[in-house]
Design a protein around this ligand. Structure first.
Ligand code: IMP
Ligand code: MG
Length: 184
């Protein structure tokens, strides 16, 4: 496709994403029988993954969303986690499953988990498509992981560079010249 021109290499193909999403869905179906979890997507990166994942969850769930930002559009992490959009429903006494595109430093999830626990959630777990173990700044292991990847900046399937390329159907590494060029 036209957008392939920005990509140096494909790290997780469409096919692999499909396989991984299906297998995560099957595990979640088993673990959440009769628990009616609230699946909380972290916008905007969760959109393609969450949309595909929930179609493989064969038990009752509800959906909600939060928008929490830590990257502010560039490629460097900051220590701040800001809540831009909060949940519409209460989490008190509920099983919460957070759906995330990627876990890097672990700060975003650490902050969100603490907040939902403070609000009285019965249990807070996390499903993430991608995991960058080498990026960790705090000790944290997600409950359900799709694919472990090296410490590289990736885009596609929800992940952005300057808010773009979320619509790529695979996860890829940006060409270095894209960083140095004006990309607006
Ligand atoms: P953390 O708080 O450092 O774990 O950051 C998690 C958030 O940073 C994710 O939800 C993404 O929005 C963003 N992020 C981390 N790594 C990447 C990447 O390689 N590409 C695009 N966004 C990323
Ligand atoms: Mg995100």
């Amino acid at each position: 496709m036209e957008l392939d021109k920005y990509i140096e290499k494909v790290l997780v193909s469409q096919k692999e994403i499909e396989t991984v999403t299906k297998s995560l869905g099957a595990k979640i179906t088993k673990d959440y029988k009769n628990k009616k979890p609230l699946v909380v997507g972290l916008l905007k990166g969760c959109i393609p993954f969450m949309s595909d994942l929930i179609k493989h969850i064969d038990t009752n769930i509800e959906l909600d969303f939060m928008n929490v930002s830590s990257y502010y559009g560039g490629i460097e992490s900051t220590a701040d986690v800001k809540i831009e959009k909060d949940l519409s429903v209460t989490v008190k006494d509920r099983y919460i499953l957070i759906a995330e595109d990627i876990v890097d430093s672990g700060r975003t999830l650490n902050a969100v988990i603490k907040l939902l626990e403070y609000r009285g959630a019965k249990e807070v777990k996390v499903v993430t498509l991608l995991n960058k173990p080498e990026g960790r700044l705090i000790d944290y292991v997600p409950d359900y992981i799709g694919v472990d990847i090296p410490k590289l900046f990736v885009v596609g399937y929800g992940l952005d560079y300057k808010e773009q390329l979320r619509n790529l159907p695979y996860v890829g590494v940006l060409k270095p010249e894209v960083y140095t060029k004006d990309f607006n």
